[in-house]
Design a protein around this ligand. Structure first.
Ligand code: PEP
Ligand code: MN
Length: 256
């Protein structure tokens, strides 16, 4: 169980993490923050340092983005998660965010894992797109043995021969990780599918499979997003999703 100021992750409450792929401006984050607060969502996401496949794509606002994330979250009493891409940024990100995200591309960056073990802030560890479940659990252990037990695992899909979806979202990971480990696990259906229309069914399935929460990308105007515009819900769609998952949450004897 991981305790934040406003939620305990890994108990009976489904942890919802929502926010844009990348932090783009104060206005964008404020619109999202207002909506999260209204919907009772407690954790805001947003990337300040973005791992982009193409070097010419938007790379994130860096330190300025971290500041916007923190200020927005403070105004609305939200917890935050954002990615730390390298050791160099770790202290700065830790000063600005409540949970430090290790992205899929960095799951086996052992030096970074060691550093996050020493920092002792909650870590959201995403599965590498070609990593086995055993490798994911070993990566978590790298953080654990350096003194940090506050780790949340995240299934975000793996790379397969399938081309219709961005990744193949393997939901069997959830009950399996529950058998093998006591760490909480959440699901990221946004990167897991890359498709807006698949987010609601996959979120419902993840909750039904026993996930401790989910992380989704939302943007006030997805069509104008600087990254991942195909997979971000708008604020109205977020509201609909939150309403439609309620019966599944209840059926699992959990709250949201
Ligand atoms: C993200 O969550 O911002 C992200 C880049 O995801 P992943 O590392 O899973 O690709
Ligand atoms: Mn993204």
């Amino acid at each position: 169980m991981i305790k934040l100021k406003n939620i305990e992750i890994g108990k009976n409450e489904i942890a919802v993490i929502a926010g844009p792929c990348a932090i783009e401006s104060e206005e964008q984050m404020e619109k999202v923050g207002v909506k999260l607060k209204k919907l009772g969502i407690k954790i805001m996401r947003g990337g300040a340092y973005k791992p982009r496949t193409c070097p010419h794509s938007f790379q994130g606002l860096g330190k300025k983005g971290l500041k916007i994330l923190k200020e927005t979250a403070d105004r609305h009493d939200l917890s935050t998660v954002t990615e730390v891409m390298g050791i160099r940024d770790a202290d700065l990100v830790a000063e600005h965010a409540d949970i430090l995200q290790v992205g899929a591309r960095n799951m086996q960056n052992f030096e970074l894992l060691k550093e996050l073990g020493k920092l002792k802030k909650p870590v959201l560890l995403k599965r590498g797109s070609n990593a086995t479940i055993e490798e994911l659990l070993f990566a978590a252990e790298h953080i654990l043995i350096h003194g940090n037990t506050r780790i949340i695992l995240c299934e975000r899909g793996i790379r397969t021969f399938e081309k219709e979806t961005r990744n193949t979202l393997t939901l069997a990971t959830i009950p399996l990780v529950k058998e093998l480990s006591s760490l909480p696990i959440i699901v990221d259906p946004s990167h897991g599918t890359g498709k807006k229309s698949l987010i609601e069914p996959m979120t419902k399935a993840a909750i039904a499979a026993g996930a401790d929460g989910f992380m989704i990308e939302v943007h006030p105007s997805p069509e104008n997003a600087l990254s991942d515009s195909q997979q971000q819900l708008n604020l109205k769609e977020l509201e609909t999703l939150m309403r439609n998952i309620k019966p599944i949450v209840k059926a699992m004897n959990k709250s949201i």
